[in-house]
Ligand binder design. Structure first.
Ligand SMILES: C[S@@+](CC[C@H](N)C(=O)[O-])C[C@H]1O[C@@H](n2cnc3c(N)ncnc32)[C@H](O)[C@@H]1O
Length: 454
């Protein structure tokens, strides 16, 4: 038997005490090694003031709460009363990872963990005033997170729906929520307005548009919903567009729920989503109003990552997550929304990386060729010495079936990306592994690849 006092001493050891100064307190619920790795980088690179403003993994510095802590706590995110206890516990556990700012608006598939994005932006050495590029921005997680950190960003996605989502989440950081809040008691009218305009969610089946056509230029569209005009014309128009787009996103979000489940009727579902959107925007506004913060500017566009309209060496960092070869069909997933935006889905499919080609081996070959172009573009627009970070999951089992190869012989996508990167003067500096949990997910691991432009 070992000496009882040594056992007591061993049990009292705490990892954080060995890694961080006593003045820097980690957040609760930090449980994965990759989080600790990113926290270590933050601890080395950021001084106290920077850690308070932009740290992703710390709750307090010298007893003072960090901005990330304040943003993620306070009034908990409003969940509908019928939310399952599984969902409630998910939100509680992920309070610091995903449940803050406007990230919770619209559940886009394959979306980044915002807290991880913040940690990565810090580990890349980016600071307020620098510019980061996300060439495949999806729902705009990098743009929103960079803005909150005072970092400027430019984002592209082949899908116009992604641009709409990203732009709406960005404007929700600064918009006034009064108009939307006033409309809350009339959520049934709002629902009817969008139902006529966008179409009817067919319950429990794929959505099909009926009735009035949508407009292809949403941002310019003012529609007819109860514009209570006051104040100066320009800002009223802006506020109206922001309100319209937030409500439209809420409608599309609730339509997605109805597509997946028949548990709630569409009107009640919409009311619950609208209430949650109001709470989200209200909360981030209150947090930002109470802080001395300058948001980074963000511009988001429809564009092709294989050919970026940016000058050589014009960005300080690149952070993105490409499609994991053909794992998700983004066009099919967003078909209803794209239809509303009058997007020709066959055309879009022809530009979507991972969806081009017929049989799976051909799709995979085209995927590799396309990603070669994307990585080449990232290297071209990145200034020398800057970091390009690619987050990629490895779908070995899907690929082994598609390529008819034993699983051990399938080259992981992270290896493919590293090889492509080396060809384009991006040197692999570090790779951090992140486990993917969840029974339904066939991917077990994601890699955060840090590549330096040399
Ligand atoms: C894994 S998702 C990115 C998700 C994003 N990180 C987020 O937080 O929401 C990959 C994205 O690549 C986009 N994409 C596919 N082909 C593209 C292309 N040629 N150019 C730009 N984006 C493309 C898809 O539309 C999809 O949104």
């Amino acid at each position: 038997m070992r000496d009882s006092e040594s056992v007591r001493e061993a049990l009292q050891q705490q990892t954080a005490q060995h890694l961080f100064p006593a003045t820097r307190e980690l957040l609760p619920f930090l449980s994965d090694i990759y989080e600790l790795e990113l926290a270590l980088a933050e601890n080395v690179l950021l001084d106290d003031r920077e850690l308070l403003a932009n740290g992703a993994y710390f709750a307090r510095v010298g007893g003072e709460p960090t901005r990330h802590f304040l943003m993620s706590t306070g009034t908990p995110l409003k969940l509908p009363s019928h939310a399952s206890s599984r969902l409630k516990s998910f939100f509680e556990k992920n309070q610091f990872r995903t449940g803050y700012a406007t990230h919770g608006l619209f559940p886009y598939r394959g979306k980044f963990h915002p807290q991880m994005v913040k940690g990565i932006l810090n580990a890349m050495g980016l600071q307020a005033g620098d510019t980061v590029l996300d060439p495949m921005m999806g729902s705009g997680t990098v743009a929103v997170e960079a803005s909150l950190m005072g970092i400027n960003s430019v984002g592209f996605d082949a899908s116009p729906f992604c641009r709409f989502m990203a732009a709406t989440k960005l404007s929700a950081l600064t918009m006034s929520i009064d108009r939307t809040r006033r409309a809350l008691p009339r959520y049934q009218d709002v629902y009817q307005y969008f139902r006529k305009k966008v179409g009817l969610p067919a319950r429990g089946t794929k959505l099909r548009k009926t009735g009035a056509r949508g407009s292809c230029c949403l941002m310019e569209e003012l529609g007819g919903y109860d514009a209570e005009r006051d104040g100066s014309q320009a800002s009223v128009e802006d506020a109206f567009i922001d309100t319209h787009n937030l409500l439209l996103l809420a409608y599309l979000d609730s339509a997605g729920y109805c597509e997946r489940s028949t548990r709630k009727d569409p009107v009640t579902q919409f009311g619950a989503v609208m209430e949650r959107y109001v709470a989200v925007v209200d909360k981030i506004r209150r947090v930002l109003d109470g802080m001395e913060s300058v948001l980074g500017s963000a511009s988001v566009h429809v564009g092709d990552a294989r050919s970026l309209p940016l000058d050589d060496g014009s960005v300080d960092g690149v952070l993105f997550s490409p499609p994991y070869s053909f794992a998700i069909d983004y066009v099919e997933n967003d078909s209803f929304h794209l239809d509303y935006l009058d997007v020709d889905q066959d055309d879009l499919r022809g530009n979507m990386i991972g969806l081009r080609g017929r049989a799976l081996p051909e799709k995979y070959e085209l995927y590799r060729q396309d990603m070669d172009l994307v990585v080449g573009e990232c290297s071209r627009v990145l200034r020398r010495g800057g970091y390009c970070v690619i987050v990629i999951g490895t779908n070995d089992s899907q690929l082994s079936k598609a390529l008819k190869l034993p699983r051990e012989e399938v080259e992981g996508l992270h290896q493919v990306m590293t090889e492509l990167a080396e060809r384009h003067r991006l040197q692999a500096v570090r790779s951090i592994v992140r486990p993917i949990t969840g029974m339904s997910n066939t991917m077990r691991r994601e890699y955060i690849l840090f590549l330096r432009a040399v």
